[in-house]
Write a protein that binds this ligand. Sequence first.
Ligand SMILES: [Zn+2]
Length: 363
Amino acid sequence: MFSLWGGSPRWDGPFTTNGDTWSRRGGSGQVIPEVPDDQCCPCALWLRRGVNLTEASGLRFQYSDRLWRILVCPSCRTPLSREEGAGARCHGCGTAYGHADTGALDLRLKTAKKYELEHELGSPLLSESGVDFRPLPVNSAPEVDYSSVAVPPHMTKELLSYFPRAKGPHSMMLDLGCGRTRHRGVCEHAGFEYVGLDYDSPAAPILGDGHSLPFKDASFGFVLSVAVLEHIRFPSVMTREVLRVLQAGGVYIGTVSFLEPFHGQSFYHHTHLGVYNTLRDAGFAVERIGPNPKWPVLTAQAMMSLFPKMPFVLCRALVAPLQWLHVLWWKLGSVVDDRASRNARLTRTAGAFFFVAAKTDSR
Ligand SMILES: [Zn+2]
């Protein structure tokens, strides 16, 4: 999407990838950056290898009949008809949707669309039960056993322990902002048929806009969006779209930037209250929101902005003394002030937050 060392950040669209930032536009032969899997940093500053777009253009995707049955026009939500070898057509508004040069079905909006939004004003922010915003503990009753599965980038075993199990053999899940589809394995391990959508990634089977998802209501039992919400122009709109495409009882799990630096066209970095408000305002029941304790602001800033292209180990070593002093200072503070807890420190200094929410009714 942009090069740190040359050129300026460029706006590519209303919904960017989760940071496995590719620039598909600009003609063939363009280099698509790859981010090493061991990098926590979800931005594109760590370009060590490249894939030539000409090769990537050879990608083709398979779409199941089940998937075709849930596809709708992103403009008018009329079910799409499959055009053999030529994409899809909407018989409601007449729009034709083709394949991108990556081979993906391109269901991004072809024309601008109005979206009306209602907010409830004057209601209290926190519910009766409240949310304590602690780092996520391991779920004591996980639905899926991930003990033998490697934890993918940007996740922890704690977050994985909240993944739902597919309710049936035909349950589908949506990886919203799927990037290189690196979360496919853990989603399929839970029994879901995986559907990956991104605005602009050559690895995405479907290209689409998070503000106007090309799926019928109540299509998915699970939606995942990892490091996506901060790249969304209108977070309330996308969150309502996620609610719409989820089935009653469906789960929405994700991560969002907090004190990471500006990266990859990020718009709104969320505090814990910001995530909570966005989810509640959309109609979600919030189960967990917690800072990622393994991704402190100092590391995030060092890797993503202060020392780009520096090896991860060296980055961490550079900020380690300050991080250590910071933790020590808060520990000393906790002796004289109860408010100086580890939880309080982490909610103020995390690079990103995790969230777990559910759709509790059939809206
Ligand atoms: Zn249409």
